[in-house]
Design a protein around this ligand. Structure first.
Ligand code: TYD
Ligand code: MG
Length: 453
């Protein structure tokens, strides 16, 4: 009998050790190292089909390589296609991560119900009945979508051989379990083994495989980091569970750009694509309220207008409170320090609360100017005109710095009926004959001067 081979893995970060130790040296987590049997018997996972058995790779000139067969599968979901770079590439492995309850299963079930190809949706988390109930909510009828509830990879491959699906969806990789490894599902070596088997299957049959992956509490995909290296595409589904908007981003994409972004709205009947996000994210109210400012941000390649709300009030306790939702709290503190120094606002004695509406997390620095404007407006209790919008980064000395693709932002703001956009004086702007007034500012003081008249 072959000797049973074991190794120690950190369940948090996936580092491997020859013997047990109390703390993981790479992620510093305590008590996370567990012994796992890495190989129980000889490997014989996905069996190669006869056609590819004796395939030997030969070097080819780049121009001789036939790329025409890489025609992508259209998912009939404009946002999903966009994020993937135009559709699913045959034979690719796509990993979709996201917080529990954010809608990963809903998204992929919806995609499989819309696909005009034979699709196998394998779930290790829900029963066929539960999935049927979900499918009824989404209200799609598709004769080519098969549901399988199974967690053992060998059984899944058996079913795949019979059914011959054109697309395989796995919900989720952490529930899969391979016979060749003895540890429980979700452990580092199981995830690695199951993914390897699926990659082998995907590459040899040119069948795309979409995996759902759980994430850890700090937002990384659970399991070894190597999982992200193994797959071709890593998508992240994010959003605030209390809000309806969900954002789909590509963190890695071997077949397209990672700049693209898909926006969905979670409704009672599944996810709806949002093609005009700016229109929805800014409230069209008649009254002008103090502390509100509209930022023209760029999410991926798409301009997105977002409302920023600030509330500045006198601090009751000794240390003023600062809190930000959807915005980096450190950056907020920095902006407040700049305001204090450059614009003479005594914010040290004030509580400041900041909120980006829609539950969206923004990391485009162009939002700074709107944040500053909202804080100034709330501090003075003077409303900003509701047809003003802002796009600029604020530097440490209070200068307004240029932002990328400013023309695109200006055109989007104009399209949505804004009358004035505040941008940095240092931006090179080539658009002419616009109906929108382009207000150039170079310092925070200029902005304050324009707003407080
Ligand atoms: P789910 O796809 O189960 O999340 P995940 O797989 O990421 O854990 O999403 C569950 C949430 O979505 C749940 O809170 C209910 C909500 N939902 C809707 O609002 N409308 C719908 O049509 C569906 C199917 C789910
Ligand atoms: Mg799920």
């Amino acid at each position: 009998m072959a000797k049973v081979k074991t190794t120690y893995f950190c369940q948090n970060c996936g580092s491997q050790y020859p013997k047990w130790q109390g703390q993981c040296s790479s992620c510093k987590q305590w008590n996370s190292i567990v012994e796992e049997v890495v190989q129980k018997m000889e490997k014989k996972a996905w069996k190669s089909t006869t056609t590819v058995k004796n395939r030997v790779s030969k070097p080819l000139r780049v121009q001789d390589i036939d790329a025409s067969e890489e025609a992508r599968l259209n998912t009939y979901d404009a946002e999903f296609n966009r994020v993937l770079g135009g559709g699913i590439v045959p034979g690719s492995l796509i990993l979709l991560g996201g917080e529990p309850g954010i809608g990963k299963s809903t998204l992929l079930l919806q995609v499989s119900l819309n696909l005009p190809y034979k699709t196998l949706y394998v779930s290790g988390e829900e029963s066929q009945k539960q999935i049927k109930m979900r499918a009824q909510r989404i209200n799609a009828n598709n004769e080519m979508c098969y549901i399988l509830t199974e967690t053992k990879t060998q059984h899944i491959f058996k079913q795949i051989e019979v059914l011959e699906p054109e697309v395989v969806i796995i919900d989720s990789i952490q529930t899969l379990h391979s016979d060749y490894i003895e540890t429980s599902a979700g452990s580092v070596s199981q995830i690695k083994e199951c993914t390897t088997e699926l990659i082998k299957f995907a590459k040899e049959t040119a069948t795309p495989v979409l995996l759902i992956g759980h994430i850890t509490k700090d937002g990384h995909i659970a399991g070894p980091k190597i999982l992200e290296h193994m797959v071709d595409t890593v998508l992240q589904f994010e959003g605030d569970r209390n809000h309806v908007f969900r954002i789909l981003r590509a963190h890695k994409n071997r077949f397209g750009s990672t700049n693209e972004l898909g926006i969905y709205e979670m409704q009672g009947s599944g996810l709806r694509e949002v093609s005009n996000p700016s229109d929805i994210l800014i409230s069209k109210k008649d009254e002008e309220l103090s502390g509100n400012a509209v930022a023209v941000t760029l999410e991926g390649m798409r301009p997105l207008l977002i409302e920023v709300q600030a509330l500045v009030s006198t601090a009751v306790y000794g240390t003023p409170q600062r809190s930000a939702t959807g915005f980096n709290a450190k950056r907020l503190n920095m902006l407040l320090a700049v305001l204090e120094k450059r614009a003479g606002f005594r914010l040290g004695a004030k509580d400041v609360f900041l909120n980006i509406t829609g539950g969206i997390n923004v990391d485009d620095p162009a939002i700074d100017l709107a944040v500053v404007a909202a804080i100034l407006s709330s501090n003075e209790d003077e409303a900003i005109q509701k047809d003003y919008c802002f796009a600029g980064e604020v530097g440490l000395s209070g200068e307004i710095r240029p932002v990328q693709r400013v023309e695109q932002r200006i055109l989007e703001a104009e399209k949505l009926g804004f009358a004035t956009i505040f941008v940095s004086k240092y931006n090179k702007i080539s658009v002419k004959n616009t109906n929108i007034k382009i207000q150039l500012v170079s310092k925070i003081e200029d902005v304050a001067g324009h707003l407080m008249v």
